[in-house]
Design a protein around this ligand. Structure first.
Ligand SMILES: Nc1ncnc2c1ncn2[C@@H]1O[C@H](COP(=O)(O)OP(=O)(O)OP(=O)(O)O)[C@@H](O)[C@H]1O
Ligand SMILES: [Mg+2]
Length: 708
């Protein structure tokens, strides 16, 4: 029998399509994933009337160039065109691959399309809507072949919103608005009454995108901790200056841990004597294609003063003036100018400028000349996004140059070291600063500074610290969500979700699916158990785990709660949560059953809390299957036995509250069983005894539930 992962219907084993909903069945369960995506609908208004009297072939000839343009625009921002329907196009941002800023990309693409239509001068109009939410994504779908990729209410709603959008306007739904309001200007619009919705939907009209420079305002919260790391950086800067020697410092850490912030702090420290230091900063962008050496381009633009908006003659004049400041030799200036032009976006490149090694030496000469004028700090931000050529260039920079006061600071996520294990390694003039999590006390200070209001209840505060796990960005985002009353601790802020989902999507498929299996086991897990869930070979699993360890997704724990098993843990509970949410419900239930089977096969003395774990997995599987309308009969008796055993164990440890909870669960499950199965009386008695224990002790401190 094959269970359809879309609707849960059971089909004959040889079926290729679901008999109930028609979805494709082949190996699909592994290829589906729940994702948060932003859906964009755009409808060109006016074609329908124009095409009324035209031959179908002429209609297509008329439309094709427009579709091509729309597709290019959408793809440029990282979207995937799902389909063209008549005059409308639907695109997804966040599927198949998520980016950390998908809602923003979708709205920027929408605005670009709107502006293009407004400028086109033709008799064209457009209405666009963007909506964000959870969908089920078919990862192997081929949209070009007309296969739908995403299904979910958010898609239908986006299409409804689109028809309510003003002519040549962009409207967005609530989740999109919340995720983008710091980077996009909005005005509130009339709520939309949509078919099939009980309440009108709040919407906003997007007016324009803010430029990146204005978006990056430094955080108001004072720096917490990181004194040692900052001292290292300041020390490196001092040495570069006093010894006139180039150095490479790499700041490594997971997203949001505070790499960019540390650079800002170094800048503030150096800024005390600004006239002594030249400071140039360039970022690598996540957009990838067509922007090689982008970061270096930013640095060159800053040095020469060339702006995006400059006309070609202005830019050329600025380049010439800048080189005159830096170099005396005219031939050298011409040579440099040839090689710098492409970085500044100026056309007319001499043929020899195509040669990589010559290009590199010209750029090095340029940077050297800057540093010879004054001690210089070059910051390359987000090197994990840099193209390979830029990585080569920066890696060698500090090696090639001698006797110049140049400090090269790179910030990067751990992926770069995975790609380039030898990065900076073994060089006398290279230093790597790894940023780990903040302590709880430090995180608490970040929270307090962000909240700017009466302190949270002790319980909420503790829960928040646990979720943030020392990541200042997560701490800020959660605190902000709570302060705005826009979410509890169980709602992952969309920004945080996006960041984590994007990191997961960058992983090779095998590593990502391992994390999903591990997520079923919980915050901690064991390679053997994963092998059982994934039905894979343990050796392969261990290789993957080591790779995931290097990327700081998981870490090995020294002690294990299962005898004889190495234990691993998610480095961050939120990564576990997002990975878990991605698994379609029906598949999730199956994985819980396999996890339970693995635990059942362990001998009882190997895991103390075996019954708790079993009860947890069986109950999760039952809930998930029930939610999908599937049969749970084969699991109920096993779940009941596990709950009863867990209750007995808790009672024997005097954890009476937990015992009561487990016994109650066992009784609830017995309601689902035939009346004559099992001794109800026995469970009732045991529960009464435990309840009496709770009253008698009045002491709840010991009563921690071992099962979580
Ligand atoms: N030590 C700290 N004290 C107070 N706030 C901090 C600290 N470190 C980071 N923050 C704040 O946390 C947020 C995230 O930090 P930052 O942008 O530096 O992360 P990042 O490591 O550069 O992430 P990414 O990899 O996404 O670029 C910022 O708002 C920053 O001001
Ligand atoms: Mg950063």
């Amino acid at each position: 029998m094959v269970t359809c992962a879309t609707c849960g219907h059971d089909n004959p084993a040889d079926a290729s399509f679901c008999n109930a909903c028609g979805s494709a069945l082949t190996a699909l369960s592994e290829r589906e994933e729940r994702k948060i995506v932003s859906v964009l609908f755009a409808d060109l208004v006016g074609f329908t009337s124009r095409s009324e009297n035209l031959d179908p072939e002429d209609v297509r000839a008329l439309l094709t160039p427009y579709w091509e343009h729309l597709r290019n625009e959408l793809e440029r921002y990282g979207g995937t065109v799902e389909k063209f329907i008549g005059d409308a196009v639907m695109a997804l941002f966040g599927a198949p691959i998520a980016h950390e800023d998908d809602p923003e990309r979708a709205v920027r693409a929408a605005l670009a399309i709107r502006d293009w239509v407004r400028m086109s001068g033709e008799d064209l109009q457009v209405r666009i809507a963007v909506n964000t939410g959870e969908v089920l994504v078919l990862l192997g779908a081929r949209p070009a072949q007309g296969e739908g990729m995403a299904a979910g209410d958010v898609v239908n709603t986006a299409s409804r919103l689109q028809s309510a959008a003003p002519v040549n306007g962009v409207i967005v739904g609530e989740a999109t608005f919340h995720a983008t309001r710091e980077t996009i200007d909005y005005r509130a619009a009339e709520p939309v009454l949509a078919k099939g919705k009980t309440k009108p939907l709040p919407v906003w009209e997007a007016l324009g995108a803010r430029s990146r420079a204005t978006v990056e305002t430094p955080s108001a919260a004072p720096l917490v901790g990181r004194t040692q790391e900052l001292d290292l950086l300041v020390g490196a800067l001092e040495r570069t200056r006093s010894e006139a020697k180039p150095q490479l410092v790499t700041i490594v850490g997971v997203p949001g841990i505070g790499k960019s912030r540390l650079v800002t702090e170094l800048f503030a420290a150096a800024d005390i004597q600004p006239e002594w230091i030249t400071w140039r900063r360039g970022r690598s962008l996540p957009y990838g294609e067509g922007v090689s050496f982008w970061a270096l381009g930013e640095i060159a633009k800053a040095e020469t003063g060339v702006l995006e908006s400059d006309s070609t003659p202005d830019a050329e004049a600025k380049l010439a003036a800048s080189l005159e400041r830096l170099l005396e030799d005219e031939a050298e200036r011409t040579w440099l100018s040839d090689h710098l032009r492409p970085l500044l976006g100026l056309a007319g490149v001499a043929p020899r400028a195509q040669d990589q090694s010559e290009k590199f030496s010209a750029w090095r000469r340029f940077l050297e000349a800057i540093a010879l004028l004054r001690p210089t700090v070059l910051v390359f931000e987000d090197m994990h996004w840099a193209d390979d050529d830029l990585v080569d260039f920066v890696d060698e920079l500090a090696d090639w140059l001698v006797d110049v006061p140049l400090l090269v600071v790179c910030t990067t996520r751990p992926e770069l070291l995975e790609r380039r294990p030898g990065w900076g390694g073994g060089k006398p003039n290279a230093l790597t600063v790894s940023l780990g999590p903040l302590s709880d006390a430090e995180t608490a200070r970040v929270v307090a500074a962000t909240l700017d209001q009466a302190p949270l209840s002790a319980e909420l505060h503790e829960a928040l610290l646990e979720r943030a796990a020392g990541n200042p960005l997560y701490a800020e985002q959660y605190a902000r969500a709570i302060a705005e009353g826009s979410g509890g601790l169980n709602d992952l802020p969309d920004t945080v979700h996006g960041l984590i989902a994007a990191r997961l999507d960058l992983l090779p498929a095998a590593e990502k699916s391992l994390l999903q299996d591990a997520a079923v086991l919980g915050r901690t897990f064991w390679p053997e158990a994963i092998a059982a869930i994934a039905e894979d070979d343990i050796g392969a699993i261990e290789v993957l785990l080591r790779a995931l360890g290097r990327k700081e997704f998981v870490r090995r724990d020294r002690r294990s709660s299962v005898a004889g098993e190495t234990e691993y843990a998610f480095a961050h509970a939120l990564v576990r949560d997002v990975a878990y949410q991605q698994i379609p419900r029906v598949l999730r239930a199956e994985k819980h059953v396999r996890a339970a089977a693995w635990i059942e096969a362990l001998s009882p003395d190997r895991a103390g809390d075996r019954a708790d774990l079993l009860a947890h997995h069986y109950r999760a599987a039952i809930d998930l299957r029930a939610a999908a309308g599937l049969d749970t009969a084969d699991l109920v008796e096993r779940a009941r036995a596990a709950c009863f055993e867990a209750g007995t164990r808790a009672a024997s440890l005097n954890a009476n509250k937990s015992a009561v909870r487990h016994y109650t669960a066992a009784l609830d499950l017995m309601d689902l069983l035939p009346p004559d199965s099992g001794d109800r009386q026995e469970v009732l008695l045991a529960r009464e005894e435990a309840a009496a224990g709770v009253l008698a002790s009045g002491d709840t401190a010991r009563d921690r539930d071992p099962g979580g």
